[in-house]
Design a binder for this molecule. Structure first.
Ligand SMILES: NC(=O)c1ccc[n+]([C@@H]2O[C@H](COP(=O)([O-])OP(=O)(O)OC[C@H]3O[C@@H](n4cnc5c(N)ncnc54)[C@H](O)[C@@H]3O)[C@@H](O)[C@H]2O)c1
Ligand SMILES: CC(C)[C@H](C(=O)O)[C@@H](O)C(=O)O
Ligand SMILES: [Mg+2]
Length: 354
């Protein structure tokens, strides 16, 4: 198992160090794991004046899987767009062809009574958001800032989806739905956007190949509301890049914290990049208080999807549940009566449970 490890910025290095501990524990247990570190994001800019240094992309291409922390930081906010940390992330997703982004939101029973949650609404929640990751307004051309004839300046981006892009992610969505509860909701804005009308047309067409799956469509504004009102009506949500970005952050809060949500970004052959859904959290970086569980659970997804080892994925998930049962909580999921621990102590407990 050759894994490229890209810690990135902010809390990235802290949380990735915890996930690496888990990988090292699995290695001392007999798994053949090789890890090599490289820079991405602001760290890439600092080291090589490039948010995705060539060596990082090369290492990632040569590896079976990539483990990534997060990118971004205030100190880079005024750089020109191509130099910004976030571009490093977008380029590695595109460069590795990682079009299918799986963001599972599930509620651990141990957290269901947390003060931020409504047990009646989220108890037993287990949904999979499938976000298309290499198209949409994120990558559309032309884009930029231009001066109009009347002399006024205008910022602009372009949203588009090609048929093949929609088709391949829709297939992934239906295949996931077949393995789960045979229910898929495609989320778009087809009442307004041509891109979405086209998306809906193609998804409906692909659905004919999966007659066992119940397909529904929902507008994104309603979906945002329904996720808060009654999230358990969903099983698999299939959506585009920008809507998926927003809805997955929203869904994370249904689980208690964005610090709980892992992700897998896959290509056609299940080669993948694994990262938490959250960002570099500069407000808490360097304080040993970040929740490392989303990153550790991303390693579980790596074992399942890239390495075909659901048994190991299960072991990691069980270890996470065990520490939650023991009452350990980082600040973001803390509730009275539980034991508040830092980032490193949390992962030490996971390793012990493993
Ligand atoms: N995949 C990525 O690398 C990624 C994702 C989102 C944002 N970003 C970048 O991260 C930077 C900060 O963005 P933001 O503040 O909008 O989003 P963020 O996800 O970094 O933080 C949002 C809030 O959630 C908290 N939070 C996030 N992760 C946490 C964790 N593991 N444990 C406890 N609390 C956690 C933060 O402290 C903050 O209050 C920006 O530069 C942004 O572009 C990167
Ligand atoms: C940092 C940014 C480019 C990224 C995205 O928008 O995809 C992030 O928000 C995410 O959800 O992974
Ligand atoms: Mg996001």
């Amino acid at each position: 198992m050759k894994i490229a490890v890209l810690p990135g910025d902010g809390i990235g290095p802290e949380i990735v160090a915890q996930a690496v501990k888990v990988l090292e524990a699995l290695r001392s247990d007999g798994l053949k794991i090789e890890m090599e570190h490289a820079h991405i994001g602001g760290a890439g800019y600092d080291a090589a004046k490039d948010p995705l240094p060539e060596a990082t992309l090369k290492l990632s291409k040569e590896s079976d899987a990539v483990l990534l922390g997060a990118v971004g930081g205030y100190q880079y906010d005024n750089l020109p767009r191509p130099m910004r940390p976030e571009q490093g992330l977008l380029r590695i997703r595109k460069g590795l062809g990682l079009f299918a982004n799986l963001r599972p939101a599930m509620v651990y029973p141990e957290l269901v009574n947390a003060s931020t949650l409504r047990p009646d609404i989220v108890s037993g929640l287990d949904i999979m958001i499938l976000r298309e990751l290499t198209g949409d307004i994120y990558f559309g051309q032309p884009r930029g800032i231009r001066t109009l004839e009347n002399g006024e300046r205008q910022g602009f981006d372009t949203m588009h989806y090609s048929e093949s892009e929609v088709r391949r992610v829709a297939h992934v969505g239906f295949q996931i739905a077949m393995k789960r509860n045979k229910k898929l909701c495609s989320v778009d804005k087809a009442n307004v956007l041509d891109t979405s009308m086209f998306w809906r047309e193609i998804v409906t067409e692909v659905a004919k190949e999966y007659p066992a799956v119940a397909l529904s469509h929902m507008y994104v504004d309603n979906a945002a509301m329904q996720l808060v009102r009654a999230p358990k009506q969903f099983d698999v949500i299939l959506t585009g890049n920008i809507f998926g970005d927003i809805l997955s952050d929203e869904a994370s809060m249904l689980t208690g914290s964005i610090g709980m949500l892992p992700s897998a970004s896959l290509d056609e052959n299940n080669k993948g990049l694994y990262e938490p859904c959250h960002g570099s959290a500069p407000d808490i970086a360097g304080k040993d208080i970040a929740n490392p569980l989303a990153t550790i659970l991303s390693v579980a997804m790596m074992m399942q999807y890239t390495f075909g080892r659901p048994d190991i994925a299960q072991r990691i998930e069980t270890a996470v549940r065990k520490v939650l049962q023991q009452g350990l909580r980082t600040g973001d999921i803390y509730e009275e009566g539980k034991q508040k621990v830092g980032c490193a102590a949390m992962s030490d407990a996971v390793v012990a449970a493993l």
